[in-house]
Ligand binder design. Structure first.
Ligand SMILES: Cc1cc2nc3c(=O)[nH]c(=O)nc-3n(C[C@H](O)[C@H](O)[C@H](O)COP(=O)(O)OP(=O)(O)OC[C@H]3O[C@@H](n4cnc5c(N)ncnc54)[C@H](O)[C@@H]3O)c2cc1C
Length: 331
């Protein structure tokens, strides 16, 4: 059972990925795929999914659902899942899916695995893979419950819509009567994000948590000024702390960038960040931890303290710019 995210009555692209994930499951364990979509105005979106993927879709419409609220969402989904009793419930691992998936699982006594990025067979058991310890190791998990709720990492499973001649799946329309009791939607505040600076820059100096303090962002800014048309970007941790604006965030919930050079400073290399920088043509990573996952993405790996090392690169760039062109010792 794929739970399709829906915003303003439109189909979210993650639905395609969840159906692709469902098809992978189907290839390993026989079964049927059904999609469920819940919202204030989901009937058109439901027909689109049924057409696009040739799967049966249940559209649960309720007047109070024009904006996502976990309380009514969890209640409606719990009821539907208990009625259908699927083996697997597939949710997107987004801020919303991450919230409601464990809540639904707890209500129905289901197993729950969050942030899944792979499926494999292990000694006859179906195992779900997810990253642990900031991406340093991959864990394999299996469950023994009748129903398992899984939140699936975005950007992993290939989008394969049904080819055009396939007949559309049947759509079942339902109305949800439940109304939120303790929560209500108050409003949405737009962040006013403009990521054009980092998406257009040929060189990006990206900083992560390893930068240590907001004052040290100045190191990255100074290095960027030394490099032609360079911009400073960061990880979500750095943006959440307010050290950089959200218009500077690279990753699945930020911008996707494709510069000629990406200098990753004090970034662990979590998959959510890496997905936004995969288009970079050349990557230099600087990290004190030789096992940091970012080194798997890097062309040059430097095990160093960025606070010490960034000024050395800056100095070296300055000497090059001054035309000394002599061998530069950055030790
Ligand atoms: C739904 C969802 C969406 C997300 N979206 C994004 C997204 O869009 N973008 C994003 O970036 N993250 C995103 N995240 C968060 C992501 O999972 C990671 O938490 C985040 O990327 C980690 O940021 P970081 O590498 O700066 O911090 P950390 O993981 O804390 O890593 C810091 C690194 O710095 C190194 N270090 C420490 N001190 C130094 C030093 N002095 N010199 C050199 N290295 C040092 C450490 O060894 C470590 O590897 C998302 C998470 C979720 C669940």
């Amino acid at each position: 059972m794929v739970i399709a995210p829906c915003a303003n009555g439109r189909v979210h692209p993650e639905t395609d990925e969840l159906v692709a994930f469902g098809r992978r499951l189907q290839a390993l364990r026989a079964g049927a795929i059904g999609v469920c979509i819940v919202g204030g105005d989901v009937n058109v979106a439901a027909r689109e999914i049924a057409q696009r993927h040739s799967v049966p879709v249940t559209a649960i419409q309720a007047a109070g659902f024009s904006h996502y609220l976990s309380e009514p969402y969890v209640a409606v989904l719990t009821e539907e899942i208990e009625a259908v009793k699927p083996a697997f419930v597939c949710a997107p691992h987004t801020s919303q899916g991450w919230e409601w998936a464990p809540a639904v699982a707890a209500r129905i006594g289901a197993g729950c695995i969050c942030g899944v990025d792979g499926i494999t067979e292990c000694q006859g058991r179906l195992c779900f893979q997810k990253e642990l310890y900031g991406g340093k190791v991959k864990g394999l998990f299996s469950v023994s419950t009748t129903t398992t709720v899984i939140s699936v990492m975005p950007g992993i499973f290939t989008i394969k819509p049904a080819p055009p001649p396939c007949p559309p799946g049947p759509v079942t329309y339902k109305e949800a009567a439940w109304r939120p009791a303790q929560t209500r939607y108050v409003g949405t505040r737009q962040a006013g994000v403009d990521a054009s600076d980092i998406t257009a820059a040929p060189i990006i100096v990206a900083v992560g948590n390893g930068i240590g303090s907001p004052e040290n962002i100045a190191l990255a800014n100074r290095l960027a000024r030394r490099l032609p048309k360079a911009a400073v970007a960061g990880t979500r941790v750095v943006c959440d702390r307010g050290w950089l604006g959200y218009d500077r965030q690279v990753g699945i919930s930020g911008a996707s960038v494709a510069p000629a050079l990406y200098i990753a400073c004090g970034i662990s290399g979590a998959s959510q960040h890496v997905m936004g920088m995969r288009g970079a043509r050349f990557v230099i990573a600087i990290n004190t931890d030789p096992r940091a996952p970012i080194f798997n993405e890097a062309d040059i790996c430097i095990v160093e303290d960025i606070i010490r090392f960034i000024p050395l690169i800056e100095e070296a760039c300055g000497r090059l710019a001054e035309g000394t062109k002599e061998a530069i010792d950055v030790r």
